[in-house]
Structure formats: C-alpha cells, structure tokens
Design a protein around this ligand. Sequence first.
Ligand code: BEZ
Length: 219
Amino acid sequence: MVQALIKSLLLGDITPDFTANTTHGLISFHDWIGDSWCVFFSHPRDFTPVCTTELGAAARLKTEFDRRNIKPIALSVDSVESHKKWLKDITETQKAEVYFPIIGDESHQVSELYGMIHPNASETVTVRCTFIIDPAKKIRLVLTYPASTGRNFEEILRVIDSLQLTDSNFVATPAGWKWGEDCVILPSITDQADLKKKFPKGWKELKPYLRMTPQPDKK
Ligand code: BEZ
C-alpha cells in the first residue's frame, strides 16, 4: 500500500490556522488562541476508557491552566454531538467539568493538517498528539503518545513553566526540573560582569559549561 507522506509540524513553525466546529461552537483557531498559550491535543475516540480519564485529568487542572494563561482544546474524529453526550460520562466518572472546547473532526480536515492520524497505528482515528503553542502562534512542543498510554498533563504544565521562565531569563531547566528548583545558565553567557548582573543570586560552576543558579524570578 502506498501511503501519503505526512509532513511533520516542527518546533518554531507557525501553527496552521483552521476553522472548525466544536462543543463551544464554530472557532477560528488563531483568533480563538488570542494572547494565550494553547495546549492542543487529540485523542482516539469518544466513549473509550483512557480518553475519558485524560479529558477528566485536563479539566481538573483548570486553575493551573488559568494561572499560566493557557487554553486547552481537544480533538477527535467523532462528531460534536457525540462529544456532548460523552461529556456527561466524564463529569460523572472523573469529577470534573470539561470547560474547554472539543473539536469534532469527522472529515479529518484538522487531524490531517496536524499529522494526527498515523496510518501504521490506525488508518481511521487520531493518536494522542499534543502541541504546545505560544501566544505568537509558534509551536513550542510536539508530543505523540500511543492510544494505549494516557498522558500526564502535569508534565505538560511543567514544560510550559519552563518555556515561560526560559523565554526571558537567560536560563534553561535541567532534567526533571520543577518550579522553584535550580536552573542552568545558558552557555553563551560567559562575561563575568554580565553574569553578575544577570544572576544576582549567584551560581555554582560544576564545569565551565555547567553552571547552576537559583531559579530567577519570572519576568
Ligand atoms: C482508550 O482511550 O481507552 C483507547 C482508545 C483507543 C485504543 C485503546 C484505548
């Protein structure tokens, strides 16, 4: 069988714009994102167990999403009517109201645009793709999970914490970093006077390229 080549979306790309029907009505994606960050994620099917827990887990994090100025939005190839019926089960079993829109992509228009259907996994339904998109509409993270593995939305928040901090503070975050923990100084900063100005809390040099500093205040 000949499969069409799927073009991947890459970090730094402007996220493709589209108009789609959702549980909150028709949306124009870029306009809907506005000045917020966005977590755009696909799931395989409504009325399936792992997807039910994922939508519930995302909904329970509303306060955390709001605090970081993030709008979540979900998608599957089921219809908006199906999503609306499924939402009742999520509320009942997951103790959470899904407050964000879910796109109904029966035509596969959006899932094909975003490479969310991986034919060797399934010809017909989306895998678990996640995109973090910043307010400039740039793609900042791409994650793909198989249907059998539910995502950890705390990890997605952790990445956004890192992106929001490192965008304006001359640091990167080490393996497993969590908010409040030490960061690494960008290797490009070597001038001592510049270092003292940028890192008034000080730093520890383990190697010339590996310098740890207390987390800077978020700008
Ligand atoms: C689920 O969400 O439970 C699921 C969906 C598709 C395949 C396997 C599991």
